[in-house]
Design a binder for this molecule. Structure first.
Ligand SMILES: [Zn+2]
Length: 925
C-alpha cells in the first residue's frame, strides 16, 4: 500500500550512503540485485549514521535556491524501470561548469539511495560522498544532495556521475506506478519539484539543458519520453533498451517518460507529428483529442508567429493522474477523462474541458517550455498565460464555445479568494518546495488570467499580441521574468505605465473597489462636456476584515454609457485614489456601467441614484455587464453593505434573463447564500424561493435534450436544473433526474450524455442502496472515462448516511483511485448535507484514511473547515486536523485560508441568517 518506503532513504538524519555495502543491503531489501558499477570505486565501506557534514559544503540558502558556483550543461540519464518492482534506478551523468575550485557540490535529490558517486574534472576522477540534507525550509524529506570529495575540482568543465536506486513514489508525483487492466505501468510527474525523486539534478527552472535519456525496461513493455526514439535494442537478459534523441534545452520539471503496454494512435504529421498514447485497449477513444490538438497547434503557431518548437507531440492518457494535465515538452500527460472521449457519446462539458485543457497545455509549449520562468515566483507567466491563451484559441477554433465569456465567470471566483487576508500575491516569494507547490492556486491561474484580459483590453488585441511575440522571440530556449514581459509589452505599445499597472496587481493581494457617481451640469463646458463620472478607489473588504487599507492600484478603467441608444465605451488609466472621466458629446447619459465588458479586475459600488438608473438600463447592458451587476451585488452582501434579503429581492428582477453566464452567477450566489445564511428552519422557504425564481425557466428548458441545442443552452440547463434540484428540492426535477438515471443505467448509449451527467448526482441525493450498487458497478468497470466520472459523482451525491459511509469506506480501503478523490471525498466533505457525517467519520477513522491518501492530497484536508460556516465547528475541525497535517509540505496555505474562509462565512451567517429567515417567512410563496 502507499506510504511504505522501506526501500528509500528517508531518514532526516545525515546518513552516509555513498557506500556499496549499504547499497547492496538496500537493494537486497528491495528484492533486487544491484547492477554492476562499471566506472566507480566506492568511497568507503562503513555506514556512518551520524557523521557531520564536512565544513566544505555551503550552508542551505534561505531563499530555497542551490548555492551558486555549479552550472549544469547537459544530462545523460540511463534508467532501468520495471514497474513490477518497488524501486527503479540507474545512472545520471551530468556535465557541469564549476565557477571556481571546490571540494563540494550541492544539488537536489530526494529519497535517492546513492550507490556510487564520481566527480571528474581536468581529466581527474575522484569518488565523492553523498549527503542528503534538509534545505532551509524543508519539512520531512531532505531535498538537497551534497557531494563532497577530497581534492579540489574546477574551475571549468566537470562531470558528475552518480549511480543510485530510488523507490517509486507512493503518490502521483516523481516516478510512480499504476496498475490498469492488470498490467503494470510507470509514469512521471515532476512539476514543481519532484524530478529530484527520479534522478539527482539541479532542480530549478532557471537551469535549462539538453537531456539524453535511455530507458531499460522488461521486454514486452514500451517506453516513451519527451523526444523521438533514436533506437531500441533487446538484450539477452530479457530487457529492451529505448534510447531517445537528445532534447532541446529543458528545465528538469519538464522531463517525462512512461513505461508500459500502450495503444498508440497516429494523428496528422503537420504542423508536428501527433500521437495519442493510452493504456492498452483505450486508444480508440482518442480521435477527438487528436483533432483538437492539431487545430490548436496550427492556431498557436499563427498567434506567436513561431511554429511549435519540438520534434513531435505525444498526448498521453494516464490512468491515475493528480492534476488535470502536464505540459512536459513534446510529451503532454493528461487525466484519461480529459483526453479519451467517446466521439458518439461525449457530453458537451467533457468536450469543452478536453478542448480547453489541450489548448492550455499546448500554449505552455511556448509559455513555459520554450520560454521558462526564471524562478517559481513567476509561475504565473506559465499558468495565467496558458489559461488566457486557451480561451482565445478555443474561441478561434469553435466560436460557439465562448470560452472567454466563461472566463468572466471564473474571475468572480478568484476575487473571493483574493479578498482573503491570507491570499497569495500573483508574484509571491517561493523559498521551498512546499511554497512552490502552493504557488499553483486560483490566484496564479485565475487572477493572472483576469489581469491579462484587462491589460489586453487596455493595450488592444493586436498590440498585446505583438508584445508577446517580441517576448517569446527574445527569450526562446531560455528563461524570463515578469519585467522582461513588461518591457516587451511597453516596447510594442509605447505605453510606459505597463510595468507600474502590472506591478500593482501582481505584487500585492486584494481587489480594488471603485465607487462611482455621475455628475451632469446644465451647461456644456469648453470641451462640450456636460457629464463627468467621478471615481474613488479603495480596497474591497469582506465584513470580517474591518479597518483601513493602505493599498492603491493603477487601474485601466473603462465605463460604458448610452449615447443615442447605443452603448459607448470610454477608458482611462486611474492612477491615484480619485479620478474623473469626462464624457464629451454624451449629453447626460441615462445611466453608466463602471466596468465596461467586465474586463477590469475591480469591483464597483454606485451612488444610490446611479444604481437605480442602472437597474432601469439592464436590458441595454451586455451579458458580461448584467453578470457584473449580480456579482457586484453579491460581493456587497459579503462586505456587509447589502442585506442578503435585498439581494434576493434584486434577483427577482432577472426572471426574464436568458444568459447562461448570468444564471450561472445567480445559481452560484444562491448556493453560497444557502451555506452562509439559510438555517435548517428556513430551508423550506428558501427552497420555495428558488423554485419560484428558477422554476419557470427550468420548465421551459425541459429535462430532455433537444436537437440543435447550442452549448449555451445546455450549460444553462445544467446550472438551472442543478440549482432547482439541490437548492429548490424541486420534485419535478428530482423525478425527471431519476427517470433519466434509470434510462442511463439501462443503456448509457441511448441517453444524452449531458442529461446523464446532470441527472445522476441529482437522482442519487435521495437514492437507496440498490441505486448505489448499480452506480458502483459502472464506476468499477466503466466503458469510458467519462462514465466513470459520472458514476463517481453519483456515489458522492447520496445523502443516506449508510451510503455516505460506504463511499468513505471505499476511500479508506484504497478502493478509490487517488485521482478520483476530487469527485468523491471532496464533495462529501464540503457539501452541506453530508459534511457533518463526513467529519465525524474522518475523526473516527483518521489513521486508515491517512494511510490511504498520499501526502499532497492529505495536505489539503483542511478544506473541510473552509466549507463550514460555524465558528465553533471551524475551530474544532481545525484543532483536530491541524496537528495531523501541518508537517506536510504545502499544507500551510490550506490551513490558513480554510480557517479564514470558515470564519468569514460564520460572521456573515451571524449577521444575515436572522433577517434572511424573517424575509423568507414574510415572502413565503
Ligand atoms: Zn498549466
Amino acid at each position: 500500500m502507499a506510504g511504505n518506503t522501506s526501500c528509500a532513504t528517508r531518514d532526516r538524519r545525515r546518513i552516509w550512503i555513498a557506500d556499496l555495502g549499504l547499497a547492496a543491503l538496500l537493494a537486497a531489501a528491495c528484492g533486487q540485485t544491484p547492477r554492476a558499477a562499471p566506472v566507480v570505486v566506492a568511497a568507503a565501506t562503513a555506514a556512518r549514521a551520524e557523521a557531520p557534514l564536512p565544513a566544505t559544503v555551503p550552508a542551505p540558502r534561505d531563499d530555497g535556491r542551490l548555492p551558486p558556483g555549479v552550472r549544469p550543461r547537459s544530462y545523460a540519464l540511463d534508467l532501468t524501470v520495471d514497474p513490477t518492482l518497488p524501486t527503479f534506478g540507474g545512472r545520471a551523468r551530468i556535465a557541469v561548469t564549476l565557477d571556481g575550485p571546490t571540494r563540494a557540490i550541492v544539488m537536489h535529490g530526494r529519497a535517492l539511495a546513492v550507490r556510487t558517486a564520481l566527480v571528474t574534472s581536468a581529466g581527474v576522477s575522484q569518488p565523492a560522498r553523498a549527503w542528503p540534507r534538509l534545505a532551509a525550509h524543508d519539512r520531512g524529506e531532505p531535498d538537497e544532495l551534497a557531494l563532497t570529495f577530497d581534492q579540489l575540482a574546477g574551475p571549468g568543465p566537470a562531470v558528475i556521475d552518480i549511480e543510485y536506486q530510488a523507490p517509486f513514489s507512493p503518490g502521483l508525483d516523481g516516478v510512480y506506478r499504476v496498475e490498469e487492466g492488470g498490467a503494470p505501468y510507470a509514469f512521471t510527474q515532476f512539476e514543481p519539484t519532484d524530478a529530484r525523486r527520479a534522478f539527482p539534478c539541479f532542480d530549478e527552472p532557471g537551469w535549462k539543458t539538453p537531456f539524453s535519456l535511455t530507458l531499460t525496461v522488461p521486454r514486452g513493455l514500451e517506453a516513451f519520453a519527451n523526444s523521438k526514439l533514436a533506437r531500441r535494442a533487446d538484450s539477452a537478459d530479457g530487457h529492451t533498451t529505448f534510447t531517445f534523441e537528445p532534447t532541446p534545452p529543458l528545465p528538469t520539471y519538464l522531463v517525462a517518460f512512461a513505461v508500459g503496454t500502450f495503444d498508440v494512435r497516429d494523428g496528422p504529421r503537420a504542423p508536428a507529428p501527433i500521437r495519442l498514447v493510452a493504456a492498452r485497449g483505450k486508444g480508440d477513444l482518442g480521435a477527438l483529442s487528436i483533432d483538437a490538438a492539431a487545430a490548436h497547434l496550427t492556431l498557436l503557431g499563427q498567434y506567436f508567429d513561431r511554429p511549435y518548437p519540438y520534434s513531435k507531440l505525444d498526448l498521453v492518457a494516464v490512468p491515475n493522474f493528480g492534476a488535470g494535465a502536464m505540459e512536459n515538452a513534446g510529451f503532454i500527460t493528461f487525466r484519461e477523462e480529459l483526453l479519451l472521449l467517446d466521439p458518439a457519446h461525449a457530453s458537451t462539458a467533457s468536450r469543452r474541458a478536453m478542448a480547453s485543457v489541450i489548448a492550455h497545455e499546448l500554449a505552455h509549449q511556448w509559455f513555459g517550455d520554450l520560454v521558462t520562468m526564471a524562478w517559481w515566483d513567476d509561475v504565473w507567466l506559465n499558468e495565467a498565460f496558458a489559461n488566457w491563451m486557451a480561451d482565445k484559441i478555443v474561441d478561434q477554433w469553435r466560436p460557439e464555445s465562448r470560452a472567454r465569456v466563461k472566463a468572466i465567470g471564473d474571475k468572480a471566483q478568484v476575487m473571493a479568494e483574493d479578498a482573503l487576508a491570507s491570499a497569495r500575491r500573483i508574484r509571491n516569494p517561493v523559498r521551498s518546495s512546499g511554497e512552490a507547490e502552493e504557488a499553483f492556486d486560483g490566484i496564479t491561474y485565475g487572477k493572472g488570467r483576469a489581469v491579462l484580459n484587462m491589460i489586453e483590453a487596455w493595450l488592444g488585441e493586436d498590440t498585446f499580441r505583438d508584445g508577446l511575440r517580441r517576448y517569446i522571440k527574445a527569450h526562446e530556449w531560455g528563461n524570463a521574468s515578469a519585467p522582461d514581459l513588461y518591457k516587451a509589452l511597453a516596447d510594442a505599445s509605447g505605453v510606459r505605465e505597463v510595468a507600474a499597472v502590472m506591478d500593482s496587481f501582481t505584487e500585492q493581494t486584494g481587489v480594488p473597489l471603485i465607487s462611482a457617481s455621475l455628475r451632469c451640469q446644465p451647461a456644456r463646458d469648453a470641451a462640450g462636456t456636460t457629464a463627468v463620472i467621478a471615481f474613488t478607489e479603495r480596497e474591497y473588504r469582506t465584513l470580517d476584515r474591518a479597518g483601513p487599507s493602505e493599498k492603491t492600484w493603477r487601474i485601466p478603467l473603462c465605463a460604458a454609457f448610452p449615447v443615442a441608444g447605443h452603448l459607448q465605451r470610454r477608458c482611462m488609466l486611474m492612477d491615484g485614489a480619485q479620478a474623473e472621466m469626462a464624457l464629451p458629446g454624451a449629453g447626460c447619459p441615462a445611466f453608466f456601467y463602471p466596468n465596461a465588458g467586465e474586463t477590469g479586475y475591480y469591483r464597483f459600488q454606485l451612488a444610490p441614484a446611479d444604481a437605480r438608473r442602472l437597474a432601469n438600463g439592464l436590458n441595454q447592458l451586455s451579458e458580461q455587464e448584467r453578470f457584473g451587476v449580480v456579482n457586484n451585488s453579491w460581493a456587497s452582501v459579503w462586505s456587509g453593505e447589502l442585506p442578503a434579503a435585498s439581494f434576493l429581492e434584486l434577483l427577482r428582477g432577472f426572471r426574464n434573463e436568458d444568459s447562461r453566464l448570468v444564471w450561472g452567477q445567480i445559481a452560484e450566489s444562491l448556493a453560497e447564500l444557502d451555506r452562509a445564511a439559510i438555517t435548517d428552519g428556513a430551508r423550506p422557504a428558501f427552497a420555495a424561493y428558488v423554485r419560484d425564481l428558477l422554476g419557470p425557466l427550468g420548465r421551459r428548458l425541459g429535462f430532455t435534450a433537444k436537437a440543435g441545442e447550442t452549448d449555451d443552452q445546455k450549460i444553462l440547463r445544467d446550472a438551472v436544473m442543478d440549482a432547482l434540484g439541490n437548492l429548490g428540492d424541486d420534485g419535478w426535477v428530482l423525478s425527471q433526474a431519476r427517470r433519466a438515471t434509470d434510462a442511463w443505467l439501462a443503456d448509457a448509449a441511448s441517453t444524452d450524455a449531458d442529461i446523464a451527467r446532470l441527472a445522476v448526482p441529482l437522482a442519487a441525493r435521495h437514492g437507496d442502496a440498490a441505486l448505489y450498487d448499480r452506480l458502483l458497478a459502472v464506476a468499477r468497470s466503466p466503458k469510458t472515462p467519462e462514465l466513470r466520472v459520472v458514476a463517481l459523482r453519483g456515489l458522492a451525491a447520496f445523502e443516506d448516511p449508510a451510503q455516505v459511509a460506504r463511499t468513505l469506506e471505499l476511500v479508506a480501503s484504497g478502493g478509490i483511485k487517488t485521482q478520483d478523490l476530487r469527485y468523491t471525498f471532496v464533495p462529501l466533505a464540503t457539501r452541506r448535507s453530508t459534511q457533518n457525517a463526513t467529519i465525524a467519520w474522518i475523526e473516527g477513522n483518521y489513521a486508515r484514511l491517512a494511510a490511504a491518501v498520499p501526502d499532497p492530497q492529505r495536505a489539503r484536508f483542511m478544506g473541510v473547515a473552509g466549507a463550514l460556516c460555524d465558528r465553533e465547528r471551524v475551530q474544532s475541525v481545525a484543532a483536530f486536523l491541524r496537528p495531523r497535517i501541518e508537517a506536510l509540505e504545502g499544507a500551510d496555505k490550506s490551513i490558513r485560508q480554510s480557517i479564514e474562509q470558515g470564519l468569514r462565512c460564520a460572521m456573515l451567517r451571524e449577521k444575515e441568517a436572522p433577517a434572511t429567515t424573517q424575509w423568507l417567512a414574510q415572502h413565503r410563496l
